[in-house]
Ligand binder design. Structure first.
Ligand code: PLP
Length: 358
């Protein structure tokens, strides 16, 4: 299948094959990695290897903490304000799509928030310019969504926010290109798009944030608990973390984030070119300057034609091309593990479909 699912999404084939080989006898232990105690030396090796590989591949400053949590990015929508939004401060949210709206809604349950910028009136077709961001010194934190999975827009660079901690939901574009992690106080991402299977949430945390974190929270909801216990306070999602480690090894063999960015650009451009050269047969949702490398969103001239496009695509082995149920249209999610050939095949199909149906 040409898997363009938005998440969970394609995993690198060599990773799946290696996991299959190792499934019942992991590194000569006579057990599956799923059967190992999370307190065993063998599991700890897997766990720590994944942490150090992520640090190496994403250029994470040495002192930052890397955590493997559960509850998805959605629980981070709550944990971030629970830990970092005190009663005497406000948190700013940059509104660039449906996931930012969800993050804001959760923060509102905890404390005072404001919209630092919003492109909602423009159907979230673009990312705001830095000079549109409105927040004051003393803001608890500024939250943004680095890639908007549903609308298909992505930040190309990030603002310097000075003393205001910058927090990002990078669920749908983590590791798709190099990022200056030192600009961020906290990054979180559900693993199920670029990092591995669902069930693991990665959190990258600048250590000074712990000093300002609320102490009056249930144990599992405090970042400090997971930092202190190297994400082994309770039983972690061991199989998911093992898979994440294998995906990271694959990223390394692919040449790291710089090489992945080059490849991702090439892949996305194959499809954007088919849109741009279609004389309006396909219409991209995102403004060109805000286009995502990961989620390519487009519409056809009528819903009827979109239905036919999706049905014909399905017959030819393309999976997951429907837009999110909230916006309709079409969306190709070309995450790191989606091979170039899949994007080339989609481009060829789009051109053929246009010729046959224009
Ligand atoms: N944030 C973004 C940008 C997403 O794309 C998604 C899921 O698609 C989420 C958050 C929610 O993630 P989870 O299902 O891990 O809670």
């Amino acid at each position: 299948a040409y898997n363009f699912n938005a998440g969970p999404s394609a995993l690198p084939l060599p990773v799946l094959q290696k996991a299959q080989e190792e499934l019942v006898d992991f590194r000569g232990s006579g057990m599956s990695v799923m059967e190992l105690s999370h307190r065993s030396a063998l599991y700890e090796e897997v766990h720590n290897e994944a942490i150090s590989l992520l640090k190496e591949l994403y250029g994470i400053p040495e002192e930052y903490h890397v955590l493997f949590l559960q509850g998805g990015a959605s629980l981070q929508f709550s944990m971030v304000p629970m830990n970092f939004l005190p009663a005497d401060k406000k948190a700013g949210y940059v509104m660039t799509g449906a996931w930012a709206e969800k993050a804001l809604a959760e923060a509102k349950l905890i404390g005072e928030v404001f919209e630092a910028a919003s492109t909602k009136e423009e159907a979230y077709r673009r990312i705001p310019q830095f000079d549109e961001l409105k927040y004051e010194a003393g803001t608890a934190y500024l939250h943004l969504t680095s890639n908007n999975t549903i609308y298909g827009t992505q930040w190309t660079d990030f603002p310097d926010t000075g003393d205001v901690p910058l927090i990002a939901d990078m669920s749908s574009d983590i590791l798709c290109k190099p990022v200056d992690v030192s600009k961020f106080a906290l990054i979180y991402a559900g693993a199920q798009k670029n990092l591995g299977p669902s069930g693991v949430t990665v959190v990258i945390l600048r250590p000074d944030m712990l000093e300002r974190a609320s102490k009056n929270l249930p144990t599992m909801l405090r970042y400090a608990t997971h930092v202190k216990n190297n994400s082994l306070y309770n039983t972690p999602p061991t199989f998911g973390i093992y898979m994440l480690g294998e995906v990271l090894k694959w990223v390394k063999t692919m040449g790291g984030t710089r090489e992945l960015e080059r490849l991702n650009r090439e892949k996305a451009n194959l499809i954007y070119d088919a849109i741009d050269n279609s004389n309006g047969f396909y219409r991209g949702h995102a403004e060109p300057g805000s286009r995502s490398l990961m989620n390519i969103t487009f519409r056809l001239q009528s819903e009827e034609l979109e239905k036919k496009f999706l049905a014909d695509a399905k017959k030819e082995g393309f999976v997951g091309l429907n837009g999110h149920r909230s916006v309709g249209g079409c969306r190709a999610s070309a995450y790191n593990a989606v091979p170039r050939e899949a994007c080339q095949a989609l481009r060829d199909f789009m051109i053929r479909f246009q010729t046959e149906n224009a």
